[in-house]
Ligand binder design. Structure first.
Ligand code: KIV
Length: 290
């Protein structure tokens, strides 16, 4: 089976031939965890572009348009400067490039913390402009009221607790959370609060393994781990991290490929052929018709 869709190059490189496939829904994702048990873990990866979405779609249950795009795509120092316009544009690209996975778009810093009403305006805008089916926001107990407000108004919310990168200035860095008894208790309370408020799933990032296990056992909704535990109900990684696009490899990342090396080698080969005039060859050039 092909791992990607056939491109109809007669029209546009950007438009894959539609695959006859039904997109996964929020209830289908929630249904993976029945009576507290998940048989097959959920697969989530980040995607920011249509082409990456096309390549990942059939292998995933969920595609997350993460605000990590600030660092990965835009070279920003953190996720703090990411705007709602960036998230909507990349969300729309990922929706256009996928047919199967549930697409979730991150709410950027500053677009939802002010009030439930502000969150509703931002989330509904993201859904209208991107076509995504759900949004993700960071925070536990403090965001429970907002999660309830959105969920009751038709906006499915994925919560995100533990290490929450948008709070880097308050946390003082990106270190694992839950090393003190108070932090451990807070993470568990956050998990219960967002689940009770109506979140449909929960990203658990950068927490000690036994805390991730306790969270997974404590809530009825699927937990999606990153730097957490293999016992979570699913896993997520930043795609460019697992593809080996960056030299720096955080502890929780497994590099499944060396795309940075491949791209460097390929660019070097191209540059050498251009400089030696061995590219283009007759095969890549147009001639007069006889
Ligand atoms: O922004 C992101 O990519 C994320 C994942 C790492 C969970 O929030």
């Amino acid at each position: 089976m092909s791992t990607t869709y056939t491109l109809d190059t007669a029209t546009s490189r950007a438009n894959p031939t539609p695959a006859p496939m039904k997109r996964l829904t929020v209830p289908a994702i929630m249904g993976h965890k029945a009576d507290g048990v998940t048989k097959e873990p959920l697969v989530m990866l980040t995607a920011y572009t249509a082409r990456m979405a096309q390549l990942l779609d059939t292998h995933c249950d969920m595609l997350l348009v993460g605000d990590s795009l600030g660092q990965v795509i835009y070279g920003l120092p953190s996720t703090i400067p990411v705007t709602i316009e960036m998230m909507a544009a990349h969300g729309a690209a990922v929706v256009r490039g996928s047919y199967h996975s549930l697409v979730i778009v991150d709410m950027p810093f500053g677009s939802y913390e002010g009030s439930p009403e502000q969150a509703f305006a931002s989330a509904s805008r993201l859904m209208k402009e991107s076509g995504c089916a759900a949004v993700k926001l960071e925070g536990g107990e403090a965001m429970a009221e907002t999660i309830g407000f959105l969920s009751r108004r038709g906006i499915p919310v994925m919560a995100h607790i533990g290490l929450t990168p948008q709070a880097v200035n308050a946390l003082g860095g990106y270190g694992a959370r839950g090393r003190s008894a108070a932090e451990e208790a807070k993470i568990l309370a956050d998990a219960r609060a967002v689940a009770d408020a109506g979140a449909f799933a929960l990203v658990v990032e950068g927490v000690l393994e036994h805390i991730a296990d306790a969270v997974t056992a404590a809530v009825p909704i699927p937990t999606i781990g990153i730097g957490a535990s293999a016992k979570c109900d699913g896993q997520v990684l930043v795609t460019e991290d697992m593809l080996g696009m960056f030299e720096r490899v955080p502890r929780f990342v497994k590099r499944y490929a060396d795309m940075a090396g491949l791209i460097g080698d390929t660019a070097q080969a191209y540059a050498a052929e251009v400089r030696s005039r061995s590219f283009p060859t007759v095969e890549q050039m147009y001639q007069r018709k006889a």
